[in-house]
Design a protein around this ligand. Structure first.
Ligand SMILES: [Zn+2]
Length: 268
């Protein structure tokens, strides 16, 4: 019934109603057990999200599976809050006039990044038939970007590469369009107990992909060799670990246990 209602309501009304719903939900879950560093509010709990498949546990897939991680107020996820924690530790990245490309923008990070007056912020996504795109969204194919060389200071594309058959081409394009010294944040779901990325182009059905990759529309499951892929197109990779930050703060942000932040810098 809710989806029927969504179809019938004009989009601006639907968005207005959602805003009110989230505001009230934020008040309902107010408390002092955890923090959201994006909307800067405290809650008694984060809300459940994600889904479980056997392979998620078997392969210890980081960034997947059911868990309580969604901010009741701004919908930020554990991953968004980790990215925000990183930016908070690197104010130099956001303090100048900068241009940011944000692929498949998550609501939480969208809220954070679009608030910077000094940033030319471009939220972008690949066109898919049947999906409604807000007016501010630019349509971009990561494997064939219409941007000039060295155009961006920051590119963010989280949980995007595992959907792209030619991920190396997408990475080359991001490397090309970043300026020297620019940085990309490129989170992916990855197996924490598998050394090598697994990909088999014969696996095409929903079940085959769910069984092998952990999601119906993924085309591979990255392993611990993921940083080498980033390096192969010229990036200098720096791994940001949760242990780099105040443990009490990390605990209250309810981050995904063991998740590493993959930052990729264009150095030349
Ligand atoms: Zn929040």
């Amino acid at each position: 019934m809710i989806s029927d209602l969504k179809k019938k309501l004009p989009n601006s009304y639907a968005r207005g109603l959602k805003k009110i719903f989230l505001y009230l939900r934020g008040i309902y879950y107010a408390g002092n057990s955890c923090d959201c560093n994006i909307c800067n509010r405290k809650f008694r709990k984060m809300l459940p999200g994600g889904f479980n498949l056997p392979i998620i546990g078997e392969k210890e897939i980081i960034g997947a599976g059911t868990r309580n991680h969604i901010c009741p107020n701004c919908q930020s996820t554990d991953r968004d809050r980790f990215v925000k924690l990183f930016f908070d530790s690197r104010p130099d990245l956001l303090d100048d006039k900068i241009k940011i490309l944000h692929i498949a923008p998550e609501p939480g990070l969208y809220r954070f990044l679009s608030s910077f007056e000094n940033a030319d912020y471009i939220p972008a996504a690949k066109y898919h038939e049947g999906i409604y795109y807000p007016a501010e969204m630019t349509l971009v194919d990561l494997t064939d970007m219409h941007y000039s060389d060295s155009e961006f200071d920051i590119i963010i594309a989280n949980h995007v590469l595992e959907h792209i058959p030619n991920d190396k081409l997408a990475l080359s394009e991001m490397h090309r369009t970043l300026r020297k010294g620019g940085i990309a944040i490129l989170q992916i779901p990855y197996s924490n107990n598998t050394d090598s990325t697994f990909e088999n182009t014969d696996l095409r059905t929903v079940k085959e992909r769910e069984d092998n990759y952990g999601q119906f529309d993924h085309v591979r499951l990255y392993g611990k060799d993921y940083p080498k892929l980033l390096e192969s197109v010229g990036f200098m990779v720096k791994l940001i670990r949760q242990g780099d930050f105040d443990p009490a703060k990390v605990e209250r942000l309810k981050l995904f246990p063991k998740e590493i932040l993959f930052t990729a810098e264009k150095t030349k």
